[in-house]
Design a binder for this molecule. Sequence first.
Ligand code: RNT
Ligand code: ZN
Length: 422
Amino acid sequence: MKFQKIEKAYNEAVEKYRDIGSDAEEAVEKLKDVSLSIHCWQGDDVAGFEKPGSHLTGGGIQVTGSYPGRARTVKELRQDLEKVYSLLPGSHRLNLHAIYGEFGDTFIDRDKIEPGHFGGWVHWAKDKGLKLDFNCSCFSHPLADAGFTLSSKDKNIRLFWIEHVKRCRRIGAFMGRELKNACVHNIWIPDGSKDIPVDRKGHRDLLKDSLDEIFREGYPQKELKDSLESKLFGIGSESYVVGSHEFYLGYALTKNKMICLDTGHFHPTENIGDKISAVFQFLDGLLLHVSRGVRWDSDHVAVLDDSTRNLFEEVVRGGYLDRVHIALDFFDASLNRVGAWVIGGRAVLKAVLSALLEPRERLLEVENKGDYFSRLALLEELKTMPIGAVWDYFCLLMDVPPGQEYIREIIQYDADISRKRD
Ligand code: RNT
Ligand code: ZN
């Protein structure tokens, strides 16, 4: 019965989209191939498993909220992730940070981690049919406390982090090899300063040298893809960030790497969507960290807002879906964490669907004719088209709850699992 209702609404929606010039059936087919890299760190407030029970943050990464039920062990995190995947239509990836290894009872410092510490994740991923992405963790560590890691003027600190990142790339390549699917390894460092520095150049010289050293080790593209994430400012690095957008864009272009555009890492009025067709003139691949900055890089849960929609409109309009790696990057501890993941993941998929439902040729035609009235009118009409009916049908096809049904499931999970943890 439910299926029939959804199918009926979908068929009507297909008609309506056809009338406006879009192919909803094709949009559904294309959405099936869109894979999100789900960030492990939403489940435990970026704490990781280095030291059991530890709850460290640093490097400007700020988690606020005290909702009960944070995942405290690898087992709990996997349990939460399984719930998340069961509520996201399509087949998705897992994005791990280096601090999420299985280190046993002994403390393994970051310059000592090995592929073996991630063997359990690889095993689990194989079992669940997931692919993996990876990140070095250059924060929440005593050697990051002074504010500089790969660009530190202290040679020992720098060497420590270089070793860490080298090992992380090795681990990423191991994941890519094992899962027969390239692992995206992303580097984000918190380096910068609170107050006005006089040697901006010095740290950037060092960062460039550190990266050159890190990338001396080459891996086949089918195992590992490297990405570099810039930032405008952070808490404690308000006046200067070593790894700025210009720095990494330049580095990526000259060394054939990807950049990562985190939607919270630019001036609040900057349009991230606008950057897509600019950087793709010169880059082969791009990583996106979809987040929601509220007044600052606050890492709120992604929602279907104008900027997220515009971002994916630009990805789809440019024909770049095959060249972008879409990852989520938010962490909110003020609501059920599994629910937050699901809201964000579903919102991003809806944003992609919404972009796929645009009557591209018609829009282009009126724009090329200079008929800006029709262009604006069509864009307005699209906002009230029945995307929800197409979304529900897609969920049903992919065997996940359509519409609001996941809310009940999250509330149940909250009562049965999350709230029983603390
Ligand atoms: C920090 C960056 C970075 C982190 C994660 C944990 O501002 O966005 O991507 O959020 O790597
Ligand atoms: Zn990010």
